[in-house]
Design a protein around this ligand. Structure first.
Ligand code: SF4
Ligand code: SF4
Length: 89
């Protein structure tokens, strides 16, 4: 039997941002720095609890948990736009 993921790896080794089809965007003007999103984020990629969220998109997999759990609903999920192929110059 074959598995899609053949080698175990931490999220530091695997840039889970490549999985994303939607990305979270935080409205910092409404953020109350409650740390809920940072505590729920399974990738631990939202910065330091107690400070405004600072998302590392290399590791955000777009699961939307942060958006679901934010008590003031200031994280919206946007469609990810991925560039395919080489950029045109
Ligand atoms: S979408 Fe998921 S992985 Fe990305 S920052 Fe929010 S909780 Fe973390
Ligand atoms: S859950 Fe919402 S209000 Fe709380 S720190 Fe995150 S973005 Fe800010």
């Amino acid at each position: 039997m074959k598995f899609a993921v053949s080698k175990p790896g931490t999220t530091v080794a695997v840039k889970t941002g490549e999985w994303r089809s939607q990305k979270p965007v935080v409205d910092l003007s409404k953020c109350i720095k409650c740390a809920t999103c940072q505590n729920y984020c399974p990738e631990g990629c939202m910065g330091t609890p107690g400070q405004a969220p600072d998302i590392d998109y290399d590791y955000c997999k777009g699961c939307g948990l942060c958006s679901q759990e934010c008590p003031v609903k200031c994280i919206r999920m946007e469609q990810e736009i991925k560039q395919v192929g080489k950029p045109k110059v």
